[in-house]
Design a protein around this ligand. Structure first.
Ligand code: 5GP
Ligand code: ZN
Length: 116
């Protein structure tokens, strides 16, 4: 299911260009337009899902696929040895700005902790 007004639905449908690094029947991964690290990729479901909080028990397969894809992208980007971070921002306090579920994959430099 798509939301015609959603930016990431449009990227997944290739209506808006993005640097896509992986896609399959369920997921699309593309480079963040404002990267916070040398590697910054977003992994999103093709179907519109507003956030992690909008998922339920029936989405376990999708959520597993998102994390598995994040791992494979990190490997393909050469991040496995030095490490990387996966992040899901959810809602206002989580800092979510695009309301289509996405996993950030960040790496290529040492990342600070804790977040602000
Ligand atoms: P959030 O803040 O919701 O966790 O992350 C949204 C991310 O989407 C941000 O890191 C932002 O840079 C990225 N973003 C926003 N608009 C676009 C766009 O049009 N194309 C791409 N590739 N990334 C985008
Ligand atoms: Zn969407």
């Amino acid at each position: 299911m798509r939301d015609p007004s959603c930016l990431f639905c449009k990227i997944a449908a290739r209506e808006i260009p993005a640097a896509i690094v992986h896609e399959d029947e369920r997921l699309v991964a593309f480079r963040d337009i404002g990267p916070h690290a040398p590697v910054h990729v977003l992994v999103v479901p093709r179907d519109h899902v507003a956030s992690l909080d909008a998922t339920d028990e029936g989405d376990q397969g999708l959520l597993g696929a998102l994390l598995s894809a994040a791992r494979e992208i990190a490997r393909a980007e050469g991040l496995s040895e030095d490490g990387y971070r996966t992040v899901i921002n959810t809602g206002a306090d989580g800092g979510q700005t695009v309301h289509h579920l996405h996993v950030h994959v960040l790496g290529g430099r040492s990342l600070g902790w804790p977040p602000g």
